[in-house]
Design a protein around this ligand. Sequence first.
Ligand code: AMP
Length: 483
Amino acid sequence: MNLFALLDQAAGRLADRGAVYSGERQMHTWSQLRDRSLRLAATFGPPGTRIGVASENRPEIIELMFAVWAAQCVYVPLNYKLHPREMEQILDDSGAALVFASPKIAEGLADTEIIGGPAYSERLRAAPITAPTDTDPSALAWLFYTSGTTGRSKGAMLSHRNLMAMTVAHLADFDSPDENCSLIHGAPMSHGSGLYIPPYVLRGARQVVPDSGSFEPHEFLDLCEHHFDCSAFLAPTMVQRLVQTGRACPHNLRTVVYGGGPMYVDSLKKAMAAFGPIFVQLYGQGEAPMTITGLRRADHIGTDDAILGSVGYARSGVDVAVLRDDGSPAAIGEIGEIVCRGDVVMSGYWNNPDATAAALCNGWLRTGDMGSFDERGYLTLRDRSKDVVISGGSNIYPREVEEALLEHPGVSEAGVVGAPDEEWGEIVVAFVVGSVSAAELDAHLLERIARFKRPKRYEFIDELPKNSYGKVLKRELRDRLAT
Ligand code: AMP
């Protein structure tokens, strides 16, 4: 089983219909997309080679993804918002032998090939290979880099089978697109939106990439007015930005999948009042690509706040449980760690046996999220055992920001926490001990970490609260923000 078969099937049935669009403009038909991928694939190899793609959203990402699979290589997308230093770390860790970058990203990154440049055009002149038919389903297809609690990214190893299970669950639970539908890429295609490419390609739905390469609410809504029945994955912050435009829901916008971070009940109700019952919620993580629990469109209608505030129930083909510290199952309503099992679950972290052993236990993935089930089977997230802050749908690990802050000579101690925020879901707040200004710290961080990870607020204090072991009491810091 090879994921290239998804494109092969669509191209066989829908040869001359539009497949890839840049804004409103058709770029390639399905047979052209297949042909381009097979030509690119002819220049990749051997099987197992890791191939990096670092770019804001662009139409070529789709042909590159399927070319990598056709060549039985491994797709390694990079979040284009990362600092070049962070991208280098991921490329080093994955051992990527070839890296494609957009012109903008290539400026800050050594040894890349420019997407759409002369060398790329040359690859497209190669003779196409024959599509592979005998790929081992457990072969590695995608290294999905998540931020690590230690500040270093870890590569979740996703196989062809994992991504096929994700594809089938999406089509079973959430959406049933066909060739008269469109997938609009609002969120980054390097992770959130990119995972939706396989199911929509299998059904021959148009792949629409906004010309801005990012999420602009008006551009997004304009595209939904232009294209056929539209679906999209959007981070909760993006949903709020759509609502803030004050525009009516385009009648072609059929499904918005939100998730990847908390959506507050109040925001969800406002979104449903403005746009109607078009929303679907997912709860997942890169390690079980976006497929643990969810709420279907119908589950949002005429329901109570407890359900709207939950992350739904187990996805098709996935076992979900909540465990106590001793590994025994928690009772209804009792909070424990959420674990899941099934064909979507990764085989481990790339080159990181310690992290793999900590995350996978007897076939169960320990999510690091805390939650509880109600008697109906709805799961509610209560807290995260990992200390991650999720701001605008992006994960930010406090330790990484703290480490960067501590590199400043004027900082003696730093404690970073998330604070609830209407617009972003959460914002990063840094408590700092030392003699330095917020502006100096901001400039200092710009040199070291991605812009979106910088604190939106600084609090200068005399000393961080600590327990008897010297561990910083994060809860106390959060409490200070609440008072
Ligand atoms: P990532 O692997 O970077 O996508 O991050 C996954 C984490 O995002 C999960 O472990 C959760 O903590 C959080 N998350 C994902 N989906 C939801 C959701 N629907 N509601 C709240 N938090 C979520």
